[in-house]
Write a protein that binds this ligand. Sequence first.
Ligand code: GCO
Ligand code: MG
Length: 400
Amino acid sequence: MKITNAKVIVCSPGRNFVTLKIETDEGIYGIGDATVNGRELAVTSYLQDHLVPCLIGRDASQIEDIWQYFYKGAYWRRGPITMAAIAAIDVALWDIKAKAANMPLYQLLGGASRTHMLTYTHANGETIEETGDKVAAFKEQGWKAIRVQSAVPGLPVTYGVEKVGSLAQAEDKPRETLWDTPTYLRFLPKLLDHLRDRFGYDLHLLHDVHHRLTPQEAAGLAKEVERHRLFWLEDAVPAENQESFRLIRQHSTTPLALGEVFNSIHDCRQLIQEQLIDYIRTTPLHAGGITHVRRIADLAGLYHIRTACHGAADMSPITMGAALHFDRWVPNFGIQEYAFHPDEAKNVFPHEWHLKDGHLYSGEKPGHGVDIDEKAAEKYPYRQAYLDVARLSDGTMWSW
Ligand code: GCO
Ligand code: MG
């Protein structure tokens, strides 16, 4: 089966998405997501200008060889742009292979290990009470796991406490926000105290620190919130330095998750092998597609670490489809994140996966079950948008 055409489609149905569509001489096509939030056009060019010309004419069934060809062949290995571009090709090729086999993708991966996926969503409130009310509403809808974020009093903007699914900022420059660690560290336990008092312990609560603490601060926080029995504390520390998680581990039993910004198994090898984390958040987009995420999951499985695919709304419904087929198969599944795509995105990317009672279902259609309506996509041209940046009150740049 020869690849006859591959095109990159950039659209903004509520937010920006970069899609690769691969066509074959047998009339079967597949699609993959290449979105890197805030850097969309870099990966678009990487695909269009550098990978697509080398893809045409190749045998679509050689997924592994094509992955290695683009990974080793670049010479400049790894990095989010390279790995997202390779992922888009990889996911589109798995889609084609599964459609050609007339099977849902999870069957090709080895068959189902479960029927449906435990999923968490986001309760974000301006106040502790408002966050609690949102948790109550999700609980009512059947959700079993909820990530809780609340505006930190005194800070003008807090990560996560924004309209769900919206573009970060449709502006020509990133918005500058303010961060203050001591205020946050005093505040978070109060939010969790309120939620445990109100809802008890029969509900999974998660929290995302979003890379803002030092290892020593994170160790103190993880120890203090042990009493709240979190499902996890996410991205407590920026993880370029994998060893820094040793300090947190030595002081606390709070489960730790990270990896949404990782793009390779080498970013998490030490974290996994030293058992410094409990959940690995790599997803089949930013970490090199199904082919590479499967390798990470297998390594993690040896060390009792479970998967937890990143599922923010800045990855298209295609990534959610691919992730759900991966989740359906992976033996060491932990949880899946879901942050609701804008309605316009649902029209551009018709999909079979669906939500019921706080769980996601992959669907049974051949392939990954997600399509693109190219006519509908044309109605939503790309808009420049950046993620926020953060500074301390004296102007020092901080991690957002
Ligand atoms: C999460 C993430 C996101 C990221 C976003 C950046 O846990 O879902 O932290 O909210 O901030 O994906 O593009
Ligand atoms: Mg996160």
